[in-house]
Design a binder for this molecule. Structure first.
Ligand code: E4P
Length: 221
């Protein structure tokens, strides 16, 4: 399962990329609005950190299909490299997805709350769909179930579109998405850290060191 960082914070992206296997970065307007620098600068710096060959996801804000297409063209022209344009799964969004597919611009259908929205986005030619797991849970629905249904539908119809599950509040949601067969997840820096590190591992390592030192003294390399 691929792991994407759902953040535009440069120091956190730098740190996570240094330590862990990171497959790319996803942003959205709210995420970019948290940063102090100009958003184009932030996006270009993210590319410098992760490398232009790794996917960077940038979301459109326009309301009509023609404007979404124009905005998407501007995004891919301004940012060289492996760019995926996130297009919301709303009425004008689907029209834009079809047009962008014809233009050969890579897209992700975002803000997905139902399995059928994911299937319809795939039919319009997106490369990825992003079901919003925690936001679905907050509606008293089951985000993991929606992810599992999308995986099943894509397998049933042998679609190439991948599931990039998004909107997580804890590692259990991420774990269940991986069991459901999501191809990738995008998660905040703190959850990425929690996916990798467990306090009991550090305690175990400390115990091994103590036992070794008690018998052989300090390790000299
Ligand atoms: C993905 O890029 C989504 O925009 C993001 O995961 C949404 O997460 P939130 O529901 O925590 O805002």
């Amino acid at each position: 399962m691929k792991i994407f960082i759902d953040s535009a914070n440069l120091s956190q992206i730098r740190q996570l990329t240094e330590y862990y296997q990171i497959d790319g970065v996803t942003t959205n307007p709210s995420i970019l609005a948290k940063e102090k620098e100009d958003y184009w600068d932030v996006l270009k710096q993210i590319q410098t950190i992760i490398g232009t060959e790794k996917p960077l996801f940038v979301q459109t804000l326009s309301k009509t299909a023609d404007e979404i297409v124009q905005e998407a063209e501007n995004i891919v022209q301004t940012l060289a490299g492996n760019i995926y344009v996130k297009v919301p799964a709303v009425k004008e969004g689907y029209k834009a997805m079809k047009k962008l597919n014809k233009l050969g611009i890579n897209t992700l259908g975002t803000a997905i709350f139902t399995a059928q929205q994911a299937l319809m986005s795939a039919n319009c030619g997106v490369q990825y769909v992003a079901p919003y797991v925690n936001r679905i849970d907050n509606l008293s629905n089951d985000g993991i179930q929606v992810v599992a249904e999308i995986v099943k539908l894509f397998n049933t119809f042998q679609l190439q579109t991948e599931v990039l599950a998004a909107s997580f509040k804890n590692i259990n949601q991420v774990h269940k998405c991986s069991l459901a067969g999501a191809h990738s997840v995008t998660v905040s820096p703190d959850i990425i850290e929690a996916l990798h590190v467990h306090p009991c591992s550090a305690v175990s390592v400390e115990g091994f060191s103590k036992d070794w030192q008690g018998r052989f003294g300090v390790l000299t390399t």
